[in-house]
Every structure is written in structure tokens, then in C-alpha cells.
Ligand binder design. Sequence first.
Ligand code: C5P
Length: 301
Amino acid sequence: MMTPAEPLAEAVLAPAKVNLALHVTGRRPDGYHTLESLAVFTRFGDRLHLEPAAADAFSITGPFGPGLPDDGSNLVLRARDALRQACASNLPPISIRLEKNLPVASGVGGGSSDAAAVLKALNQIWACGLGQQELAEIARTLGADVPMCLTARPLVATGIGEELEPVSGFPALALVLVNPGVAVSTPDIFQRLEQRDNASLPALPSKVDFHSLRNWLETTHNHLEPAAFAVQPVIGQVLKALDKAGSGFSRMSGSGATCFGLFETGNVAKRAAVALRARHPGWFVAATRSMAWENDGNGDS
Ligand code: C5P
């Protein structure tokens, strides 16, 4: 018996993905790059509002909604359709509103996280009963970063980003995300790499806290930074601005242009965000916390 579609009581969070470190270790014959990345997911992100409707519908709101295509190319719809195909037939129509709070094409996995959130939410709403493994298989068909966004906990990703090792005991981090308002094409950045056979990530410290993590990060890289700086030199200014605002460690996430600053406490991060907004009114600035290893809820902070 089909369970009728129920509206979710709350909007679903599609967290930002932040690559704290990202090593490019090689390139496969199909052109995809092999990576090793420590990634965390933040309480700040896009939000998805899903409810039963007479016919399927899709709309986009939020500060970064304008200009984003709401046609079949959007990963939200591709995720909805892929899940529908994997589940029983006669699934009821669904209305989806994407609240786009994350800058687009910005290295924090917004589209991938939206797709992952839709897979999880519709699996529940439609009572499809797919397990984590089955959802991950669908996620993989939607993009290299979608499986890690399904996990949405601190993890080390290898392969092309789809082999995931959750990092137990990892704390919540106080972060400030900054984007200078320029879109960066991920394939373009990978294509521009001059060196692809870099070293693996070093082993993580046995106890991760602000200080041990900062020391560890100093020994690692985001190997996509030089190519992204060449395309958008403003990224260098973002990192300088984060340092000036008191960040303990600043780096670009993914293929950019969003950068993160790591702070010792949430209050210091919030003060830094206020200062950054005042100095750079045109930039996107968000103080947030990453989700710890433990399931500590799904809310904003
Ligand atoms: O899988 P996804 O569509 O998110 O990847 C976008 C593009 O980024 C790919 O088409 C590829 O050019 C590049 N990419 C890569 N190696 C990865 C992930 C992405 O070369 N591990």
C-alpha cells in the first residue's frame, strides 16, 4: 500500500560542503581526477521545501536563486527523477522549492548538496525504503560530490570523491565562508592543473581540536588553488581579508571561489564576519559551524 505523501514539518537543510584540504593525486583514463580530501558540512546551506501537490512543480527562491535555471538540468529535478525511477511507480506529484542561500558554482557543493537532500527527503516522503547504499548508488550517477553530501559528516573522501571514510570524534568547527561574487567552472580548473600526481594527505592528528587541526592543515594543500587564482585573482584578496579578520587558517574550498576561515570560537567567527561584511559589502559572508561527528541536529546557527 502506498503511503500518501506527507509534507515535511520543516525545510530540509542542504549543507555547504567545505574541503578543508584537497589533494589531487592523479587522473583516471576517463579524465576524472583522483583526490584525497578532508571535508566538513555546515549548518548554513540551501533549504528545500517539499510538499504534496496536484502536479509536480519546482521553483527557486533565495538570494542566489535569480539566474539559476529551473529546468530539467537542475540537479534537484535530476535527483527527483532518479529517485522516482528507482522506486515503485505511481509516486504522487511533489512541489519542491529550493531556497538558494549558497553562491552558485562556488566550490561548496551547493548543487550536489541540493541533490543529496532531495534524495533523502523524497525517500522518506514517498516511503521508498531505499537504504544508504542504494541512495549512494543513485547519488553517484548525479555527480562526484553527491555521495559525500548524502553523508554530510566530517569525512575523508578518496577515489574521485565518492569513496568515503567518516572521521570519528571530529569536532564542530567555527567557520566563516566568503565568496567574492565570481563563479568558477570546476572542469575548467581541473583542466588547468599543471601537476596532477601530488602526495597523499598526511594522517590526521589522533585528537582533532582547533590547534591540532590548524597545525595539520598547515602541512596540507588545496591543489586546485593555483589554477583558481590564475582565473580569478580576487580569491587571493579573499584569503588575505580572512587572515586580516583574525582567521586561524584560511583556504579555498573545492574549485573556488568560496574560501573558509577557521576560528577558535563561534563568537570570534561572528565578529570576523561582521568586520568582513563592513569592509567588503559586495561579498557573500557567512559565519557558521560545521556539523560534528555526532549527529547534532539539522538546524541553522
Ligand atoms: O561529477 P561532477 O559533475 O560534479 O564534476 C564536474 C567536473 O569536474 C567533471 O566533469 C570533471 O571535469 C571535473 N572533476 C574531475 N575530477 C573529480 C571531480 C570532478 O576532473 N574528481
